[in-house]
Design a protein around this ligand. Structure first.
Ligand SMILES: NC(=O)c1ccc[n+]([C@@H]2O[C@H](COP(=O)([O-])OP(=O)(O)OC[C@H]3O[C@@H](n4cnc5c(N)ncnc54)[C@H](OP(=O)(O)O)[C@@H]3O)[C@@H](O)[C@H]2O)c1
Length: 316
């Protein structure tokens, strides 16, 4: 619908409630018009009106979703592929912010590598390529949640098979079994988990983040055809899920990393591709985890159906 009202015709807007539940937002009409001569610069600035009116500073941060989760009670997340790489950094960051994290991957919990306290109790050992095991894992996760809400599901686990020599598997060379495994782990498991945990996500007014990839939208020298196709499909699925889950108060977004220094990279990736990336380096897992944290925070309360690219400008 087109807004045909001209600027001069618009009535003065009243103060409006923040849809995220914060304090009313001061509109220009609500800001005191005059400040005494000689008052400090901040007092003249409309952006400091809240401070002038005595609004507590930390409340502003909490309203923006920047306070630790513990301040509003612990939040709970399910994270697949937590045992190394991007998932590992994500557990570290969210644990520091006070979240409870239920992790999922094929390997058992490794206390030597994972310093978080609740780790062994909240780890679900599951092969996401096994449909029966996936369904049992959903039952297990529900039991661990004990009827409580789920605030975030991060579908991070992924595989990127290469040829025996470490080369790219193309559309001419990818075995059928590889296609099936890649599509199952990278694409199907995310939607089955989200559907299986729908009630808990709805109770938590939670958020789903799917980890896609830069290769979902361009051919890559190392990443294979099945992997690229699974990530393109996951980006499409993110859009579809965002549409379907939004009326229930659940946001669904994706992040698309470029070259991030983890085990999934081919040995030559950093040397060959870093010089071609505008920022001249590959990314770190923690740089990805921070964007995940943003999407799972109230700072992103009106963001859904988006795919955020994290690639140092590689796609420019
Ligand atoms: N690193 C990059 O440059 C990059 C770029 C674009 C996108 N991504 C995406 O980012 C995500 C994380 O990648 P990463 O680089 O951190 O990879 P990674 O270091 O290889 O870690 C992959 C994780 O997925 C788990 N996993 C693999 N297959 C599984 C299965 N069948 N069932 C359950 N868990 C499984 C692994 O745990 P177990 O071995 O214990 O099962 C591991 O924790 C992936 O979706 C990947 O496609 C990465």
């Amino acid at each position: 619908m087109t807004d045909s009202t001209t600027v001069s015709e618009r009535p003065e807007p009243p103060a409006v409630a923040d849809p995220a539940g914060g304090a009313p937002i001061a509109t220009p009409a609500a800001i005191p018009a005059a400040v005494p001569d000689g008052a400090p610069a901040e007092a003249r600035c409309p952006f400091h009106a809240g401070a002038m009116a005595g609004a507590p500073g930390p409340g502003v941060l909490a309203g923006a979703g920047l306070a630790p989760a513990a301040a509003a009670g612990p939040k709970t997340m399910v994270l697949t592929g937590a045992s190394r790489g991007i998932g590992h950094a994500t557990v570290r960051l969210f644990a520091e912010a006070g979240w409870r994290i239920i992790t999922c991957s094929r390997q058992p919990f490794d206390r030597a590598r994972c310093p978080w306290e609740e780790g062994p109790d909240d780890h679900v050992q599951v092969d996401l390529n096994d449909l029966r095991a996936l369904n049992l894992a959903i039952v297990d996760i529900k039991a661990r949640l004990g009827g409580g809400p789920l605030h975030a599901l991060i579908n991070n686990a992924g595989i990127s098979p290469k040829s025996p020599e470490g080369g790219r598997l193309s559309s001419l060379t990818t075995p059928v079994a590889t296609w099936m495994e890649v599509l199952h782990v990278n694409f199907l498991a995310p939607v089955l988990l989200a559907r299986g945990l729908f009630d808990e996500l709805k109770a938590g007014q939670g958020t789903v983040v799917n980890v896609t990839s830069i290769v979902g939208s361009r051919v890559h020298p190392f990443a294979g055809t099945a992997y690229a196709t699974s990530k393109a499909a996951l980006a499409c699925l993110t859009r579809e899920m965002a549409h379907d889950f939004a009326p229930h108060g659940i946001r669904v977004n994706a992040i698309a990393p470029g070259e991030i220094k983890t085990d999934i990279l081919s040995p030559d990736t950093e040397a060959r591709l870093a010089p071609l990336i505008p920022m001249r380096r590959v990314g770190s897992p923690m740089e990805v985890a921070k964007v995940l944290h943003f999407l799972c925070s109230d700072a992103a309360s009106y963001v859904t159906g988006e795919e955020i690219h994290i690639n140092g400008g590689q796609a420019l």
